[in-house]
Ligand binder design. Sequence first.
Ligand code: NAG
Ligand code: NAG
Length: 329
Amino acid sequence: MQLILLTVLLCWICQVTSDPTTKTEWQLFKQQYTKHYDTTEDEYRRIIWEDNKRYTEKHNAEAAAGLHTYTMGLNSYSDMKHEEFVKIMMGLKISANPIPGKPFVPTVEVGRLPDTMNWTALGYVTEVGNQGQCGSCWAFSVIGALEGQWFRAQKKLVRLSVQDLMDCSTSVGNEGCEGGFIDKSYKFIRDNHGIDTWKSYPYDAKNEKCRFNNDTIGATCRGYTDIKKGNEDDLYVAVGSIGPVAVAIDAYQESFSMYKSGVYDEPKCTTTRLSHTLLVTGYGKYKGKEYWLAKNSWGTSWGMNGYIMMSRNKNNQCGIASLASYPFV
Ligand SMILES: *[C@@H]1O[C@H](CO)[C@@H](O)[C@H](O)[C@H]1NC(C)=O
Ligand SMILES: *[C@@H]1O[C@H](CO)[C@@H](O)[C@H](O)[C@H]1NC(C)=O
């Protein structure tokens, strides 16, 4: 039995290898993302990459036929198995006893808000980050929300240190690349009387010893506001009038890891299995579909230069409003 399997596998490998176009593409992929593998791993990674390539091509053919509202594409993670990707790239912890934030109270009527919002265009958002092989999404999201509110208050965009938050907030239960809490992170920054700038405390994609320096603080935080769980109307008012909002989502679907463009719409997404965090930076309508514009922290090879359009007003799809918050400064 094993021998048969092995023979089948080997034949399949030689078939793949014998296709020169594919071989060149694999070389290009490795070059593009500076990947270096020994012979054994190279074969293993190429097979995974091939699988992912076929998966995206099938999806895009269906999308072209009008069956999907979004496309998929290969990115720097396309030689990782989905299980492997999920294990490394997420990292949101959910508090069993959350520290309650200030409840969000809408102060603007929905009808008075603009139909389209894009805080990146208004200067509230720093460049797209890249977690690397580290589950630090939670820190990117909290820092992104604080950068936005700091800009709103100070009219100055300061890139803040994700690594500082990762390294120095272990006392509240955060575990760096192994994951962290949104609520506890705001509390940490408040009690720490600030967070360093990215420039003074750059990102290393690994757990390190805390080296916070209070001479290079970039922003402070007085607390945070909670959007009512699952309420997309309140999220709309917050994003439409306050600034970028940190959100948690169910990102377990393979389609999410290979998202490229268009409005992401995944019926398999749940509102409760929250695994990953994003920064909602706007909203709008694209080809008749309402979307939340969100910044991810998987580099610019993923999605629309690192951004995604998530379905909006589709029953809180992927839990986009299940755990949404922003700090006040
Ligand atoms: C948002 O604004 C940025 C910066 O101007 C721009 O690059 C991006 O395309 C805009 N996104 C959308 C969805 O309009
Ligand atoms: C910075 O830290 C030093 C040494 O711990 C302390 O004396 C000083 O008051 C702190 N400054 C600020 C602005 O918190």
